[in-house]
Design a protein around this ligand. Sequence first.
Ligand code: SF4
Length: 321
Amino acid sequence: MDCDRCGDDAVMHAAYSGAHLCADHFTRSVEKRVRRRIREDSLLSKDATPEEPETWVIGLSGGKDSVVLTEILYETFGKDPRVELVALSIHEGIEGYRDESLAASEELTDRLEMAHKVVGYEEEFGVKMDEVVEEDPENMAPCAYCGVFRRDLLESYAEELGADKLLTGHNLDDEAQTALMNFLEGDVRQVAKHFDASLGGFDEREESDSFVPRAKPLRDVPEKEVALYAHLADLPAHITECPHASEAYRGEIQELLLKLEENHPGTRHSIMSGYEELASLAAAAYDSSEGGELKECVECGSTTSGEVCRKCRLLTSMEAI
Ligand code: SF4
């Protein structure tokens, strides 16, 4: 099959749009979608200047998604004096897994000459993820602990690095899976939180000192296309799966979505467009009914809805063993 735009050999066919694209046009199409998302989300504040630039902290795991995000952000803003890019990597303490992906992250940030901060569960919490899995004090899946610890470190270090925005590499498949999981679980509160984590429109938002605002500039790009971009650009992405990966339910949803997408191209896009509208309505409803009451955790000072945050409660249950 030939490229629709130049007649060269096509490297991909997107059933949801009908496009056949060669390597060059495919690469440009991914970059265009990411830049459009950044623009539509008003990610770069109008107040950013060369004298007072914005700091964007990128969550860089070394997997294909965050590596592609870092590369495109660098290509777009690397020479823009209104933006400072800083990479932040989390070392969970997983034998034979994270060291390799951190090496990929370092290779990338060294080449781009980008500031790169690495923080680990062991140094920060006194425990490695491998030990958490072995002890399992709450009888939960590994990812349930790991997600709480990672969120805590991303948020606290983004703040320490002076971040105006925290950017993560979630792609279209990740987002559509999460949307469907929340919907099937009937978790409307989680749907409302998605609004904060995923939607931009930063110019429209009220200032909040509770969290560094988050953005997901890859969220319009399907996972397979992110992988193909990483391959074509020869990026140093680490692709081995974590040995503790345990989200069986997510795996089921992933299979279901791939099947639906195959039979009904465009399903992921339509899920997300409806879900984002729903999320914004749910967020507004919870805000007005609860007044957004957030407190400081009495143990660590991070923002929480209760007295003690979830991370501190998990650490306490680890200590009790
Ligand atoms: Fe952590 Fe689960 Fe990711 Fe492994 S797969 S790094 S345990 S969240």
